[in-house]
Design a protein around this ligand. Sequence first.
Ligand code: PMP
Length: 403
Amino acid sequence: MNWTDVFASRMERMKASEIRELLKLLDQPDIISFAGGIPDPALFPAEAFQAALADALSPANQGTALQYSVSEGYGPLRDWLATHMQGLGVACSRDNILITSGSQQALDYLGKLLLSPADTALVSWPTYLGALGAFNAYEPQYDRLGAGGNRSAADYAETAQAKGGRVKFAYASVDFANPTGETLDLAARSSILDLAEDLDIAVIEDAAYQALRYDGDPVPSMLSLEIERKGSIEDCRTLYCGSFSKTLAPGLRVGWVCGASQVISQLVLMKQAADLHSPTLNQMAIATVAAAHFESHTAMLRRVYAGRRDAMLAALATHMPEGVTWNKPEGGMFVWLTLPKHLDAADLLRLSLETQRVAFVPGRAFFADGSGANSLRLSFSLAGDAQIDEGMRRLGVAIRAAV
Ligand code: PMP
């Protein structure tokens, strides 16, 4: 059978990247990898989950835990999240919250909700690769958010129209972004909200790393800033996507969307049609562990990851040759490195895997327009201090060899 003839047109946009092929090599034990942007499994609250799962499967609770449940999500978890969001300055109730299977599902649903083919999504250059992957299924065009220039709303609208659609949303990974580690300051958040007002579009606030701030002052979420402007979440255009993946356990696939109940109701219909609901057992376990341990557990994560970030920044200062620059993230898992202009990080990855046995993610995949060849992402979440120093030493050798 000629499958390509029957695949839907959206599949043309869904290609495995060349980088994924390279990164398959990373299982080899002698490679030091800074590629995977994943939590350290040694830090999972495994014992708390053991107890929570045992409780969910006890005779009193197993009928709920193993049964179908509502598409909105497990009530006690939505209540905990409403309180959590209130702590972030977002006055809301459980009606403003939908539980999703990770925040990745929220990105898929929001793409599905908002994008017709040829509509424009505004994203930063670079942006979270998984967001581009989720949105690509809905065949959008991309335009650059916050390029530093002073582009007017009218200019964005005309550009989108010329591409055959209209601007539908601005997407931003706001805190310690994947891939850059950068945080949008108050002015940047306000100006995205201004632009969204002018264009009358939605804002997707991706707050996956929100709880992982190691220093500096917290910046209010875009949703909380918009509530300050409007008075009520029901009048807001910002849709906040949260996740337990970076704080408790990514394998349980529990995230949430918080926003105006009118939008949440639409997303509930989508969830019903797609997978009925997120696994009840997982939601119950997350609700129990979050209620008892969220604060203490995230405080521990912040201490450990802050140490690794510091180790990476120190190692970079020691080992990087002149002409290489990097940022100093206040949280999250990533440092973004910029190489001299003529270097291509994908070529460097081949060289450094072969000769130095060190891995990272080349930056180009994070750019919707395919630029950014001389950038790369380093993750400090998995490695110990000594490994970080040795890894950066090896990366320095590879870069010197490539120059
Ligand atoms: N947003 C960002 C910025 C991420 O880095 C990730 C995970 N890599 C996600 C969303 C999705 O995470 P999850 O589906 O596990 O919540």
